[in-house]
Design a protein around this ligand. Structure first.
Ligand code: NAD
Length: 239
């Protein structure tokens, strides 16, 4: 139903998981899609190597690609720990990728959007940017920051033709999550327990997040800016 014909999109972290699903969905809706990642994707067409933690890399990507209509800031990493279990270096790394990465990429691509008075930014935050999650101090700190950047940019550029929204997924079954499950002593039990934390009784699928990213990027969402769209199987509903 939603189309992205004649649109150019860049999706960071699209070599895997949610980003790969978004890139695939955008291409299926007619967009020309660039994949920005530190890791080469399985199909390296339109791949640009970019470390979002590096301002220089992001600026280089912007010079290389030129303008994009849609920027999806999806690249992110996880970290488990309380305050005392989080070393300063861990906190800094989470900051560099998960929060500064959104800042770096947005600063690199916004000027061309402002010039054309058209642009859509979709940030992939997390339910951990809306509610606190136990043992995820650094992750939540950065994701709350991503929701903050989203809302401030939406206000600052509401009359510039730029829309900025974020998606806040609950647990989504991606390679990242599957790898974490394999590290538990009893992976099957860990899987069941993770699925059970969502009232719906299962984890989400990358395609379910991609569907929302298509909507937010489409012209049908022309009145949507500054929103934090929760897709979490009901996880946060009772919090
Ligand atoms: P994933 O590990 O499957 O994919 C992340 C991708 O980001 C990888 O391809 C990786 O190479 C890339 N990446 C990592 N650091 C990078 C960097 N510095 N520069 C460029 N690319 C980099 O993870 P995923 O589960 O698909 O997560 C994608 C996003 O969704 C993340 O921001 C994550 O925080 C968010 N999220 C995931 C879940 C979940 O349950 N999977 C839930 C909520 C939010």
């Amino acid at each position: 139903m939603f189309r992205l014909d004649n649109k150019t999109a860049l999706v960071t972290g699209a070599a895997s998981g949610i980003g790969a699903a978004i890139a695939q969905a955008y291409a299926g809706c007619g967009a020309r899609v660039y994949i920005g990642d530190i890791k080469e994707p399985a199909q390296p067409d339109n791949f640009i190597r970019v470390d979002v933690a590096s301002e220089e890399d992001c600026q280089r990507a912007a010079r290389h690609i030129g303008r994009v209509d849609i920027l999806v800031n999806n690249a992110g990493i996880g970290f488990v720990g309380t305050l005392m279990q989080t070393a300063a270096a861990d906190f800094d790394r989470m900051y560099s990728v998960n929060l500064r990465g959104v800042f770096n990429m947005s600063r690199a691509f916004l000027p061309a959007m402002l010039e054309r008075r058209y642009g859509v930014i979709v940030n992939i935050a997390s339910i951990g940017g809306i509610v606190g999650v136990k043992d995820r101090l650094a992750y939540c700190a950065m994701k709350f920051g991503v929701v903050g950047i989203t809302k401030c940019m939406a206000l600052d550029h509401a009359t510039d033709g730029i829309r900025v929204n974020c998606i806040c997924p609950g647990r989504v079954e991606t390679p990242f999550v599957q790898q974490r499950i394999r590290e538990y002593p009893d992976p099957e039990r860990a899987y069941r327990e993770m699925a059970a934390t969502q009232p719906i009784g299962r984890m989400g699928w990358p395609a379910e997040i991609a569907a929302a990213a298509v909507y937010l990027a489409s012209d049908e969402a022309a009145f949507v800016t500054g929103s934090a769209l929760i897709i979490d199987g009901g996880f946060s509903a009772g919090k």
